[in-house]
Ligand binder design. Structure first.
Ligand SMILES: O=P(O)(O)OP(=O)(O)OP(=O)(O)OC[C@H]1O[C@@H](n2cnc3c(O)ncnc32)[C@H](O)[C@@H]1O
Length: 169
């Protein structure tokens, strides 16, 4: 089965390409239907679901996958949060999964709480252009141990695994 990825972001597309062994992978720039900077798990998950749905509509007969990055408030500070959704033809509900989450330094958290976007803030902080397409905040703040692509690969595997489980039951 082929799959449509709801983004052209390199970190996200490469994660799907590395995990999807069932057919072709094509990427489509889709709307997330949520704010550019999703805040909280619910909104971030919804962004992933919307992207997956729109992507599937762009590629006849294919599955659709959406991967979305956001931030979530906790009693222990602001964390990055990441969600994925997979629509497979024949299944009414999407499979969903979340990924790695680490705390952001307070000096980044404050502007985010006031409505700023993580992408530009991370570019300034890391002095790296397009960090969101490469190692990402997760890579930067974990000394390069877990890149954004690798973090999304984990989510994609969780999605594929749930689909496989559903096929067997
Ligand atoms: O092209 P799309 O798929 O929209 O990818 P994106 O990286 O711009 O969009 P997301 O919806 O995944 O992320 C929401 C915002 O948070 C930023 N962001 C999320 N995770 C990040 C990370 O690990 N490093 C840097 N910026 C990140 C991102 O650039 C956006 O401004």
């Amino acid at each position: 089965m082929n799959i449509a990825v709801g983004t052209n972001n390199k970190a996200k597309v490469s994660a799907v390409e590395n995990c999807w062994t069932f057919g072709n992978v094509k990427s489509f720039q889709t709307e997330s239907g949520v704010k550019d900077q999703p805040f909280g798990h619910e909104e971030t998950m919804q962004g992933a679901i919307n992207r997956a749905k729109y992507a599937a509509k762009s590629y006849e007969g294919a599955a659709g996958i959406g991967l979305e990055g956001g931030v979530a408030e906790t009693a222990n500070g602001l964390y990055i949060c990441n969600w994925g959704a997979l629509y497979v033809p024949g299944y009414k509900e999407p499979f969903t999964a979340s990924g790695a989450s680490i705390r952001l330094p307070e000096e980044l958290a404050e502007p985010l709480r006031n409505g700023a976007e993580l992408g530009p803030i991370m570019e300034q902080f890391s002095k790296q252009k397009n960090i969101r397409q490469n190692e990402g905040a997760v890579g930067f703040f974990t000394n390069g141990r877990i890149s954004r692509a690798r973090m999304f690969e984990h989510i994609v595997e969780l999605l594929i695994g749930q689909w496989e489980y559903a096929k067997m039951h």
